[in-house]
Design a protein. Sequence first.
Length: 117
Amino acid sequence: MPSYIPKAISRPRPYLLSFTWADDTTDTFLLTAFRDECPCAYCKGETIMGTTYSFGIKQFAPGMNELTALTPVGNYGIQATWKDGHDTGIYTWEMLKTIATKHHLTESELNELSEKE
């Protein structure tokens, strides 16, 4: 199993997402970062054969950072559904590993977040 395929996905807090990878490492990050990285054309824009058709639209809506579901997509990733109804972003396993590594919270940062609750 490649190291970028998660063994487990969990929600340690309502605002966090955590992935445990095949190599037994764990990355935990904020759902806001996950939503900001949505790969769909609406969020990131779309370029086809060198022509840019849209540049992406940053949406601000109630519930936009509240994850309601993660649905497997084939054997290559997951699709996120958000409380505001957005559900067109498909995150491949490799993309998830990149996002998790980029936005990984340290133990100290996780402790600070817990103390603010």
